[in-house]
Design a protein around this ligand. Structure first.
Ligand SMILES: NC(=O)c1ccc[n+]([C@@H]2O[C@H](COP(=O)([O-])OP(=O)(O)OC[C@H]3O[C@@H](n4cnc5c(N)ncnc54)[C@H](OP(=O)(O)O)[C@@H]3O)[C@@H](O)[C@H]2O)c1
Length: 299
């Protein structure tokens, strides 16, 4: 089984690369990991040739345009990377008869109410990033290829750009922090997202190999629990003064949903695995960050 991982330098891409070196990765499976310099989604004409050369058995798409505020102005590029190229990959997957694994976002929902969103809810994005992610989801579903779309939220990890690293950095510069307290979601640890995805991929392939249908569809996949950004900051920085502020007090170019809670039942009942709480994952991330700092690694 040769997995072609695209976007190997992102939070999730790097988590998969690490996972592939561990005992959890099935014997006989190979991960071919390409970063942006090896396969650039802004050059879609080069993609087909490059991908066919690799002769993959499965696409694992971890590449995405994730700069939510910048997407309001770089609209075409965000649409290309998050919408048109995933659709192209899905059509290739259909043609090659291989599955495509892809990631979507809580930002495809408008975030009304307080109940966790269900996968069956319609898209109603508040910002262009969410619109482009919804475009990718629809393109993949329409292609008819075998696919798993994992819709996740608030991704953090010891590497890359994320809220945990930003909070640790700004806490050194300010005695108190003013953080939004009226947007609620589930922080999701990239190494957990990779681990739970791998479990689901193995289960889905097993289903197909035993004569059942590949369980194509959208699945919410986050760590368990939910918290506001200010609550998340308080857990990252115990003892620090965190002042909760409203979304209106922290204006951003892209609007964000208030309610990013995602219902995990479909993922859990289909694949038989229950994600652990985000608080436990955060402890692992903080430990990993400390080790990286001691080793002089800063990325
Ligand atoms: N981060 C979150 O909070 C969050 C929340 C909900 C959903 N998601 C989804 O989860 C998935 C993984 O996110 P992540 O946090 O791992 O994102 P990330 O850390 O921003 O990684 C995205 C990767 O995509 C690559 N990329 C960007 N433009 C590209 C292009 N034109 N061609 C090829 N590669 C390109 C980036 O390359 P460079 O390293 O060269 O920049 C980066 O390595 C994405 O589908 C994302 O939409 C993320």
């Amino acid at each position: 089984m040769k997995i072609l991982l695209l976007g190997s330098n992102g939070q999730l891409g790097r988590a998969f690369v690490e996972l592939s070196k561990s005992d959890a990765f099935p014997i006989g499976w190979v991960l071919a990991a390409l970063d942006r310099s090896e396969l650039d989604y802004s050059q879609p004409k080069t993609i087909e040739t490059r991908v066919r050369l690799e002769k993959p058995d499965l696409f694992l798409n971890c590449a995405a345009y994730t700069a939510v505020d910048r997407a309001e102005t770089e609209r075409d590029l965000a649409e290309l990377v998050n919408g048109r190229v995933p659709t192209l990959l899905a059509r290739m997957a259909k043609d090659l008869r291989i599955p495509l694994i892809h990631y979507s976002s809580d930002y495809v929902y408008s975030g009304e109410g307080e109940a966790p969103h269900l996968e069956s809810e319609p898209h109603a994005p508040l910002n262009h990033y969410g619109f482009t992610k919804a475009m990718g989801d629809a393109g993949i579903q329409d292609s008819g290829c075998d696919h798993l779309i994992f819709r996740t939220s608030w991704v953090f990890s010891p590497t890359g750009k994320n809220f945990v690293k930003t909070m640790l950095k700004v806490s050194k510069e300010h005695s108190e922090l003013r953080i939004v307290n009226d947007q609620v979601g589930a922080p999701t640890y990239a190494p957990d997202l990779a681990k739970y995805s791998l479990h689901a991929i193995m289960r889905a392939l097993e289903m197909k190999a035993t004569g059942n249908a590949f369980p194509s569809g959208i699945y919410h996949l986050t760590n368990a629990g939910a918290v506001s950004w200010s609550g998340f900051a308080a857990e990252i920085l115990p003892g620090k003064t965190i002042l909760g502020i409203s979304t209106e007090q922290y204006p951003t170019p892209a609007k964000r949903p208030r309610n990013s809670r995602l219902d995990l039942d479909k993922f859990q009942s289909t694949f038989g695995i229950e994600p652990r709480p985000w608080t436990e994952a955060l402890k692992d991330c903080l430990r990993a960050l400390k080790l990286r700092e001691e080793a002089g690694l800063h990325d």
